[in-house]
Design a protein around this ligand. Structure first.
Ligand SMILES: [Mn+2]
Length: 574
């Protein structure tokens, strides 16, 4: 263990006596539980050097237990010193090993603002099974030793007009109040996407996602209180307080006898203060946010068009530059093309630019150590997206600039068939994501193949690229509803050799057939035909593919001009 790390860990454990604890929990997530954690709240990463997105350190004075999932176990072994015991968090034995290392009656400290009601319940269960106790510590023990922490300077807030949001914030707040339980006085909103959606604002606190960090409290009488350090100018009808004031404000509400409702991902701190005065409710606003209004849909389509232009330019560039470019340079070139759009803001996630065997690593992100030249002797997988004013995109294409093997073509075609089946599907009202999920896998399943991720996720409106509650996955219990946006992204991964994924975003809409729904494809980027084994496609599938590519060539071609358009068509068709 490096001296610096040892120093941090010993500073952390040196505080244990003062708080009368024998251990402490340091997770990768923060109190806001967003997919991306801002750098100043990446406590686990600062403490250990781990750069993955999912990890929990539970330490005592003798041992450092590092829990992560199978995506990150190899990475954790490289990034962390051998002083850490790296364990799989999905394995019950790992947890048993951690908690049995404490003696009966010993206390493990945790930050009650960071743990949600549900994560706390899990720790509570585990501790009880091993006769260990949990102790809330209101000061975060990592923050107390992180003296050089830099809290980023907040850049401006974007306020969306009704013309840009399609619905006033007042109407959304009124709906939130209408949805409240009869005996609730306040609604506490901790989901950052929901706060931005309700107030028609977008922020700059989190990479790849235009959110602000904060809490929103809505009173039944219509008054709104926003706790955030990111707001400089006043907001109409909203009283603004500093983020740190949420605790005192909440305590005062409880003292006044108020009943407050919140979602189950609220921090356990609130529940411990409020006890019965905090009611955990299911949040129906997420479902309202997921069904986009006509303004949002029009803007989302515009964002997809702009994104398609950038991707088409990129495909032409790549066809001329493979063999002399690498994964990192290619993703920078794609960003350069996206930036040519007036409405582009930033990438919606870290680009997965993966050549050959790197493509089989599903959450791959190229680094200096792994960077590969993109040559013509294997497949190149590119999964990327943008945040636009207004709309969020996410698209994956798989390329081959040489001669693909028969096996690669077969796998590519099976993936494509699943993707096209959903694109063309007509399904009855009430159909949920789990039912759709298996339809995208059908062709792979018939060959004894599968992919270890879900088929699709919801996508926000210039918000999170991964947005619930709807999904196309084995656990997708939410029924599809008109105006939802979802991804359609089956894949196939051959470890150590190559990866294939084809992804479009789709809009749910009513079918002409009464009582049925269907999808409209939003993504505007051609699908490579040179990887298709035409023998495996039927006439309907061939037509869909040709029509889709032709629509893209015609629409995007107007911007590219006829020379570039023809080049693009040749690249995609050969
Ligand atoms: Mn996606």
């Amino acid at each position: 263990m490096s001296g610096k790390l040892l120093n941090k860990v010993s500073k952390l454990t040196a505080q244990f006596e003062k708080y009368e604890i024998k251990g402490y929990i340091v997770p990768s997530y923060d109190e806001f539980r967003n997919e991306y954690v801002p750098s100043h709240l990446q406590r686990l990463s600062w403490l250990t050097g781990f750069t993955g997105s999912n990890g929990i350190l539970i330490l005592n004075k003798e041992q450092l237990f590092f829990m992560t999932d199978s995506r990150y176990t190899i990475q954790a072994k490289t990034e962390l010193s051998n002083k850490f015991q790296i364990l799989d968090m999905t394995d019950a034995n790992s947890w048993a090993r951690v908690f049995s290392s404490f003696k009966e009656g010993e206390y493990i400290g945790y930050d009650p603002m960071i743990e949600s009601i549900s994560t706390f319940a899990r720790y509570h269960r585990l501790c009880k099974a091993h006769s260990v106790k949990l102790k809330p510590i209101n000061e975060n023990l990592v923050d107390l030793i992180w003296v050089e922490k830099l809290i980023p300077n907040k850049k401006g807030l974007l306020k969306l007009s009704i013309k840009e949001a399609g619905e006033s914030s007042d109407n959304k707040i009124a709906l939130a109040i209408k949805n409240m339980n009869n005996n609730s006085d306040y609604l506490l909103v901790n989901n950052l996407s929901l706060i931005c959606w309700l107030l028609n604002i977008r922020g700059n606190d989190i990479k790849n996602t235009p959110l602000i960090l904060g809490y929103l409290v809505i009173c039944r009488n219509g008054k709104c209180y926003l706790f955030s350090d990111s707001i400089k100018d006043p907001l109409e009808n909203v009283q603004i307080f500093s983020l740190s004031n949420i605790r005192d404000f909440f305590i005062n509400l409880i003292i006044s006898g108020a009943i407050i409702e919140a979602g189950s991902d609220i921090s356990i701190w609130f529940k411990e203060i409020a006890q019965e005065a905090l009611k955990v409710v299911e949040n129906t606003l997420q479902l309202t946010k997921a069904t986009k209004n006509t303004t949002e849909i029009a803007n989302i389509k515009r964002a997809h068009f702009e994104d398609g232009v950038a991707l088409c330019k990129f495909i032409i560039w790549l066809a001329e530059n493979f063999n002399s470019t690498d994964e990192i340079a290619a993703s920078e070139q794609l960003l350069y093309f996206r930036k040519q759009s007036d409405i582009f803001i930033e990438p919606s996630f870290d680009t997965i630019s993966a050549f050959g065997s790197n493509g089989a690593i599903i959450h791959y992100k190229p680094s200096k150590e792994t960077n590969q030249i993109i040559t013509n002797n294997n497949l190149y997988l590119l999964d990327s997206g943008g945040q636009y004013k207004f709309g969020t995109t996410d698209v994956t294409r798989t390329f081959c600039f040489g001669k693909a093997t028969a096996e690669q073509k077969k796998h590519y075609t099976l993936v494509l068939k699943g993707m096209m089946r959903l694109s063309m599907l007509k399904f009855p009202l009430g159909t949920n994501g789990a039912q759709l999920d298996s339809l995208a896998r059908l062709d792979l399943w018939m060959q004894g193949l599968d992919y270890p991720h879900s088929t699709g996720h919801g996508v926000g409106y210039f918000l999170s690229v991964h947005e619930g509650p709807q999904s196309i996955s084995k656990l997708g219990t939410i029924a599809m509803a008109p105006c939802m946006v979802l991804s359609n992204e089956p894949g196939y991964y051959k470890e150590g050799e190559y990866g294939i994924r084809i992804e479009n975003l789709m809009l749910v809409k009513e079918s002409k057939t009464k009582g049925f729904l269907e999808f409209e494809t939003l993504t505007m980027a051609p699908i490579m035909k040179n990887l298709v084994d035409l023998k495996l496609l039927n006439e309907v599938e061939k037509n869909w593919l040709d029509n889709y590519n032709m629509t893209v060539f015609n629409k995007v071609g107007k911007i590219l001009g006829s020379t570039q358009r023809n080049k693009l068509q040749t690249i995609c068709d050969y």
